[in-house]
Structures are given as structure tokens and as C-alpha cells.
Design a protein around this ligand. Structure first.
Ligand SMILES: [Ca+2]
Length: 197
């Protein structure tokens, strides 16, 4: 952005100089003035083009998240306003070329959820211990930060809680929950590739 600003200043300088026309001149001198004016105009146009190009390259105008994803700290999230079971939720995310949200920008996601969706609620996240009880890992294989579990969680209540639920706005915020229970869910869309390995 800084370089775009300096270019804008350069453009202003060129425009302030103005065409070097002199009244009363004729013949070659007038032609020279006209050429000088044309040259200055060309320079101004080139600078304008460059300013626009650099502005479009800045993050503010950078690659956008595809609909219906929204950006939070440059990551693309979708948080549902309807509830599904964990597996149905994941299927929905995968169907959108995404996956259930994991550790990526977790706190940015929470802020996004709080500000855009609801003040308190529960959201499915991308972790499950259905196949290996008690082995909680993100779908991409990374370990879940132990400090993020709500006190006493995960407790695998009734031997039937295998899916990761994030509570908002409390901290810590992870619960294990019954996978078939209906909850909101958060998908994360990774630009340029699949989320899981
Ligand atoms: Ca479990």
C-alpha cells in the first residue's frame, strides 16, 4: 500500500506540472509543447494504471473467499445457521470443497461466530474419537491442545460421546458430544487445496 501511495504522489506531481504550453507560440515550438503535453499525459495514465494494479494486489482487495464462505484473518469459514449431526455436517463441508474447521485460526473463528452468528451456542469441529476411544486428534492428524477442553471433558458420557463440539463464548470451549446430536457446524475452506491429508 505504501508503494501505491508514493505512486499516487508521483502522479499528483506530474499532474501539477501540467502541460508545458506557452500561449502565442507557433510552428515547431507549439508542436514541441503539444508533444510534451502528450508525454506527460501518457506518464500520468501509466502511473494511474500502476496505482490501480497495486491497490488490487493489496490484501484488502486480495483473493476473496468463495460464496458462502466468509473471511476471518484471511481464512475462509462457513458457519451454518441450521443443525446437523457431526457426520452429516462433515459431508456438507466436504460437499463444498471444504472440511469441518480444525485448529486453523481457531480464535478468529470464535470471534467470527460470536459477531456474525450467535452469542452462545455449540458448533461441530473437525475431530472425532469414534474409531479410537480417547484419542482426540484433528482430522488432519494434529493433536488437540489439552488446555482447550472444558473442565471434566472429554468424559465420553454413557460411552457414547465421540465428536468434538465447540462451545461459544466460554473458554476453554471443547466438549465431546454424541455424534448424532444436531448442532451448528463450521467448515473451513482452504484456498488452493484440500483441508485434510
Ligand atoms: Ca469418545
Amino acid at each position: 500500500m505504501k508503494s501505491a501511495t508514493s505512486l499516487a504522489l508521483a502522479l499528483a506531481a506530474v499532474l501539477m506540472l501540467g502541460p508545458a504550453t506557452t500561449l502565442g507560440e507557433s510552428g515547431n515550438a507549439a508542436d514541441d509543447d503539444l508533444m510534451a503535453a502528450v508525454t506527460q499525459l501518457q506518464l500520468a495514465l501509466e502511473l494511474q494504471s500502476e496505482i490501480l494494479r497495486r491497490l488490487l494486489e493489496t490484501k484488502h482487495f486480495g483473493p476473496r473467499c468463495p460464496y458462502p464462505f466468509s473471511s476471518a484473518m484471511d481464512e475462509c469459514f462457513f458457519v451454518s445457521n441450521f443443525k446437523l449431526g457431526w457426520h452429516e455436517s462433515r459431508r456438507h463441508c466436504l460437499g463444498m470443497g471444504a472440511d469441518l474447521a480444525m485448529r486453523t485460526q481457531l480464535f478468529a473463528l470464535r470471534i467470527f461466530v460470536l459477531q456474525e452468528h450467535f452469542r452462545s451456542g455449540y458448533i461441530w469441529m473437525g475431530s472425532i474419537d469414534e474409531e479410537a476411544e480417547g484419542e482426540w486428534k484433528w482430522l488432519d492428524g494434529e493433536t488437540i491442545d489439552e488446555d482447550l477442553w472444558v473442565d471434566g471433558q472429554p468424559n465420553n458420557a454413557n460411552g457414547n460421546q465421540h465428536c468434538l463440539l465447540m462451545g461459544v463464548p466460554q473458554i476453554p470451549f471443547f466438549y465431546d458430544a454424541v455424534c448424532s446430536s444436531a448442532n451448528y457446524f463450521a467448515c473451513h475452506y482452504k484456498r488452493g487445496g484440500s483441508e485434510t491429508k
